[in-house]
Design a protein around this ligand. Structure first.
Ligand SMILES: [Zn+2]
Length: 81
């Protein structure tokens, strides 16, 4: 479906693979979602747990929670290195 972006008025395809990847609202174009950081639907992330070779799927309320988790993960990784 072709929609007009509510922020910058360009027309974009809501069904495009890129749009699905970046997410955001149905009336926001890819550029604006990326620029404004309006995507808040990142809720699940697959993780490989090397201790038992399991893939875990974590869920996150929002981007902030995901970022906090990533920071924790980074510090753990650096300790392991
Ligand atoms: Zn836009």
């Amino acid at each position: 479906m072709i929609k007009q972006c509510v922020h910058c008025d360009i027309e974009f395809d809501t069904e495009s693979a890129r749009k699905k990847e970046v997410g955001g609202r149905i009336n926001e174009c890819i550029d604006c979602v990326e620029e404004l950081g309006t995507e808040t639907a990142i809720k699940h992330r697959g993780l490989v747990d090397f201790t038992n070779n399991n893939i875990r799927v974590m869920s996150f309320k929002d981007k902030d929670e995901l970022e906090r988790f990533n920071k924790t993960k980074d510090s753990e990784n650096s300790r392991l290195d």
